[in-house]
Design a protein. Structure first.
Length: 572
């Protein structure tokens, strides 16, 4: 127990032989500590003499204290409440247990006796020490106190309870949003989202709390935030509005804006959408990496036959290639992989997008501005005057855009675009519903790619598993098809946030419009009839593509079922 033991210094505990250290290692670490002002314990690790876990485990054994693995440990709330978030951050410690008038504190520096003396005065209790990795302590502090909890405590102390209540009222006073602690909290929220590879941040107000969620690999996860965050909801919303150049006095109407930020040399575009709700304004922040590396066709995850189909389509001189799928299904990534394949000095390529998600050398890229009347349809008319060979229309949203796009393809241009439909055949009927004549659609469309994103099994914790025939019954797979598969599943680890998945890959179906398909289009056949015919002549559905990736150990049955609707062809 720490309060009964004599203080032990670095020199007394760290002796040659401990964790494989030599006298030269210890001397070099102390010399580096005097030069840099960094604790000698950290210098041992920084200089590469020993890894932190091996060193702390050896010190724990020498001192007779416990080494804690905090990576997935949940501390009792009564222990966490004993220290404020800013105190835990300042001292780099975490209360992990509180029993019989004693508090167990996890630390990564057992020789900082001055800090423990101060903690003893703050807690007014006896203290026991346990050791844990520095990174694990920092992550556990965020997990238990919430992101930016120390900043929120700063707001509370600087404003007091009466000012805190005022922040939830009129936001015309920009001083509330300009508070350094609120600014710090919003910045921490964005930084943490970027570190977690989130594509969206959702800030959602409810009657008694404010919920923050990140979308990572297509799935929403709750994010720990301070309990007191609800008191500063208005200031947080106002701060984000100021950053996006929006009207902070408007609370009744939806607003949309953009923010440009940078982190560690990378630039990001944030698309801000604000909606009014009965309990305040709800915010969605879409995160786009301006320096995203676009993929080649080979890196999209297509099997060889589908890749050859798509490669043949993008090399056609004119016509339309459509990519369909819901929001966030990787349509833009696929389109840019296609453009990357044909981008050359002898082709003029122009794009019109909302927003520009990738920047590619050799392309003339434009962004729509509906407020000033610069829409997809207007942009298309202007693009034709620039003598393009290839055009990309970010999305066909209305009849006018669809009509101009199709007529443009018929005049000798290769056009890429997207539609929001469930599958490849659904794109055909969607165009008919928009008023496009079947003869125009059938003569202009070259092929339709439908896709979804499924999560990849974590490369660090994935392991071989046996798969039961019942588990894949919904996919329509027979027992014979199961032979020879390399079935995998992730156990869950810190690298994948204990989900068993990290990263995503597309599952897709490519429908090439040949003569049988065109005849059905001219007859205004249903999407089901068109899809059945496509499968008869060799198209693999998204579920079949997903099954191939399951057999190769890339994803799981659960993921494919989650990402795909009921497959009519396999059902029949």
């Amino acid at each position: 127990m720490m309060e009964d033991a004599q203080p032990r210094t670095f020199r007394q505990v760290i002796t040659p032989g401990l964790a494989g250290l030599t006298a030269e290692h210890v001397e070099a670490a102390q010399k580096e500590a005097r030069r840099s002002g960094v604790p000698p314990l950290d210098c041992l690790v920084r200089l590469g003499f020993v890894d932190e876990k091996t060193l702390l485990e050896a010190i724990a054994a020498r001192l007779g204290v416990e080494f804690c693995d905090l990576s997935h440990y949940s501390c009792p709330p009564e222990a966490v409440r004993l220290l404020q978030a800013r105190q835990a951050m300042r001292y780099g410690v975490l209360p992990v247990k509180a029993e019989n008038g004693r508090v167990t504190i996890a630390t990564c520096n057992p020789f900082d006796m001055a800090s423990f003396d101060e903690l003893r005065l703050i807690l007014k209790r006896d203290i026991e020490m346990s050791l844990a990795l520095r990174e694990d302590i920092q992550k556990a502090i965020k997990r238990h106190y919430g992101i930016g909890a120390d900043a929120m405590e700063g707001v509370e102390e600087s404003h007091g309870s009466s000012d805190t209540r005022r922040l939830t009222g009129d936001l015309a006073d920009e001083a509330a949003a300009a508070d350094a602690s609120v600014l710090k909290f919003v910045n921490l929220l964005l930084i943490e989202a970027l570190k977690e590879r989130a594509t969206d941040i959702h800030i959602e107000p409810f009657e008694s709390d404010l919920r923050v969620r990140y979308r990572v690999d297509g799935v929403l996860h709750d994010t720990a935030v301070p309990v007191s965050i609800k008191n500063f909801q208005a200031a947080i919303v106002s701060r984000i509005k100021v950053m996006a150049n929006l009207d902070i006095s408007e609370h009744r109407l939806p607003q949309d804006g953009r923010i440009k930020i940078s982190l560690a040399g990378e630039e990001f575009d944030l698309r801000i959408s604000i909606l009014p709700t009965p309990f305040g304004e709800s915010i969605n922040i879409r995160i786009l990496n301006r320096a995203s590396v676009f993929l080649s066709l080979e890196e999209l995850g297509l099997d060889r036959p589908d890749m050859e189909k798509l490669d043949a389509l993008v090399r056609m001189p004119h016509g339309i290639i459509l990519v369909t799928g819901p929001t966030g299904s990787g349509k833009t990534t696929t389109l840019y992989a296609c453009l990357n394949r044909i981008n050359s000095a002898d082709r003029k390529i122009i794009t019109i997008e909302d927003p520009i998600e990738y920047q590619m050398r050799g392309l003339t890229q434009m962004q729509v501005h509906p407020i000033v009347g610069f829409t997809f349809s207007n942009a298309l008319r202007s693009m034709l005057r620039h003598d393009p060979d290839v055009m990309l229309v970010g999305e066909i949203r209305d009849t006018e855009t669809a009509d101009i796009t199709i007529r443009t393809a018929l005049t000798g241009h290769l056009v890429f675009s997207t539609l929001h439909t469930n599958d490849s055949a659904g794109a055909v009927t969607r165009l008919f519903d928009m008023g496009i004549e079947p003869f125009l659609a059938s003569s202009s469309i070259l092929g339709i790619v439908a896709q979804r994103l499924v999560r990849r099994i974590c490369a660090r914790c994935g392991e071989r598993v046996e798969i039961e025939p019942e588990a894949i019954r919904e996919l329509g797979v027979s027992r014979d098809d199961m032979a020879g598969g390399k079935y995998m599943a992730g156990k869950g680890c810190e690298y994948c946030r204990y989900t068993g998945y990290r990263g995503r890959i597309a599952i897709s179906e490519i429908m090439v419009l040949n003569e049988p398909i065109r005849r059905l289009m001219l007859e205004r056949a249903s999407a089901g009839a068109i899809k059945r015919k496509a499968c008869e002549i060799g198209m693999h559905t998204m579920r079949q593509d997903g099954w191939g990736k399951i057999k190769r150990g890339i994803t799981t049955v659960t993921e494919v079922l989650r990402a795909t609707a009921e497959d009519e062809i396999l059902e029949s």
